[in-house]
Design a protein. Structure first.
Length: 189
């Protein structure tokens, strides 16, 4: 019987070395595990914010000539599907349409879903490389405030995840937004 326990020397050790090692190693393993939980959530939410911006820009740019505010509101409803199980009330989406006037991009119209935090305005300094005279460009900006669970307990705070995606209208060179079908009033937030 004595030989059986001799193989498992740590079971008969009385020096306490294993306990001391555990005291040093277990907190590190716990911090690593919780940090990986927060990092995985950050990557997941960043992917959802990017998908939201891409879906909004791509869907709106498929309309020919004009789009109504009601159609954009219907497209905003798709955000809840992309963000599940997180509420879409926490995600803000801005849609911008720029037209090339002279040598500068000029804002034609802008709409938003009226939810979540305020997003950063898209950088228009390089739009000249993407646009030509008479061609519009649709930019969708989506943002979400990510608050890590474990890192927040340690005082890390929140992070604004912000993504901009640009698309050219496909069915026409320019895309106008009107408040209602058959109307002429341009969209504004």
């Amino acid at each position: 019987m004595k030989n059986k326990f001799r193989r498992f020397g740590f079971l008969r050790a009385e020096s306490g070395a294993a306990a001391v090692e555990a005291v040093f190693v277990l907190p590190f393993i716990f911090l690593l595990y919780m940090g990986l939980q927060d990092f995985t959530a950050l990557v997941s939410f960043n992917r959802k914010v990017t998908s939201t911006a891409a879906m909004m820009s791509d869907t709106i740019s498929q309309y020919a000539n004009t789009i109504t505010r009601a159609s954009i509101t219907d497209i905003f409803n798709g955000v809840s599907l992309l963000m599940q199980p997180t509420s879409d009330a926490l995600v803000h989406v801005d849609i911008y349409d720029y037209t090339w006037v002279g040598t500068t991009p000029t804002l034609s119209w802008k709409v938003n879903n009226g939810k979540g935090p305020t997003c950063n305005v898209p950088d228009t300094s390089n739009l000249g490389n993407l646009m030509a005279a008479g061609n519009d460009i649709v930019i969708s900006v989506s943002c979400f405030t990510f608050t890590p669970f474990f890192a927040n307990v340690l005082g890390a705070g929140s992070y604004l995840l912000n993504q901009s995606i640009a698309s050219r209208p496909r069915a026409s060179a320019a895309l106008k937004c009107i408040t209602q079908a058959g109307g002429t009033t341009a969209c504004t937030s």
